[in-house]
Design a protein around this ligand. Sequence first.
Ligand SMILES: *Cc1c(COP(=O)(O)O)cnc(C)c1O
Length: 366
Amino acid sequence: MGKENLLATQAVRGLTPYQPGKPMDELERELGIDDIVKLASNENPMGSGPAASAAAREALSQLGRYPDGNGFSLKKALADRLGVAQDQLTLGNGSNDILELITRAYVTTEHEIVFSQHAFAVYPLVTQAVGAKAVVVPAKDFGHDLGEMAASITNKSRMVFIANPNNPTGTWVDATALRKFMESTPEHVIIVVDEAYFDYVSEPTYPNCLAYLDEFPNLVVTRTFSKAYGLAALRVGFSVSHPQVADFMNRVRQPFNVNAVALAAAAAALADTDHLQQSVRMNAVGMETLTRAFSDLGLPFIPSVGNFVCVEVGDAAGEVYQRMLAQGVIVRPVANYGLPRHLRMTIGTESENQRCIAALKSALVD
Ligand SMILES: *Cc1c(COP(=O)(O)O)cnc(C)c1O
């Protein structure tokens, strides 16, 4: 290894890059077939809606211009929809960008960040990138153990990440438990509640954390257009927080972190409630189809309120994944999340789900 490699900060040298789901093009090249089913990245199987696609196309006629660096139109649309003030909003290049902005704004090498075992992979990444200490709290029934997480908070804690629901497990915390957690959390700790899958959840006791913002100025709620809104390619996410927190995040973000096509498409997607509702409905039906198939196959799964589900296929999960790949179906191994016996499958269209079930069945035999 060359000496120049050692010039990177110690924190960065210790990083393992995020592993995305296998791209469809890559498998197409490998197998020489073109009817690949990708259920590996929790994308909306219906894709973007017609209004968002039209807005994106229109924005393509203005490629010579910088985007609105303050995202005025999208912020106004979000503020109206969510019932928050515009100065509570921060826009990001995906909500991944938001997770990084908030960490860079508040956390140094002196601090600790608390999150759960099996939680979203970006939390350890952003923690390590700023050289902070990760405090990983063992999961309970695959989900966040908020009691233990609260007990893990110290004077050095500066942030806690709660994915609600969590990816890859699909587990969620209810309003009562979350409220209790927030009440017990000291004000020197920023509480980030990641609601990337908010729109899919219909459980009556699932909390909409925007309602808590007035009471908890240290709360940051993050959401995204990548999942239910079907705009993963464009990279748009946002947070809602106290205006002062938003102000600090705004200082560390790049001036034009969200591009013009993304801004236009996201505003249109927000207004297209039909597409959102159809997407959520398709997900509910598909979740039923997949989990019923798992039960028929005698495979345990982690009950999920997201657009994906983790099924326990056993010690040979890596092999099952490979055999499904060979049939053109891409799902997600989750050994890197501490779940070596599970595979995570995104809910697809009806025909994608059938392909997935057939591939899984034949991957389990022999
Ligand atoms: C997908 C996902 C995100 C963010 O995705 P972006 O495309 O960056 O908005 C954030 N949190 C969780 C838990 C996710 O699964």
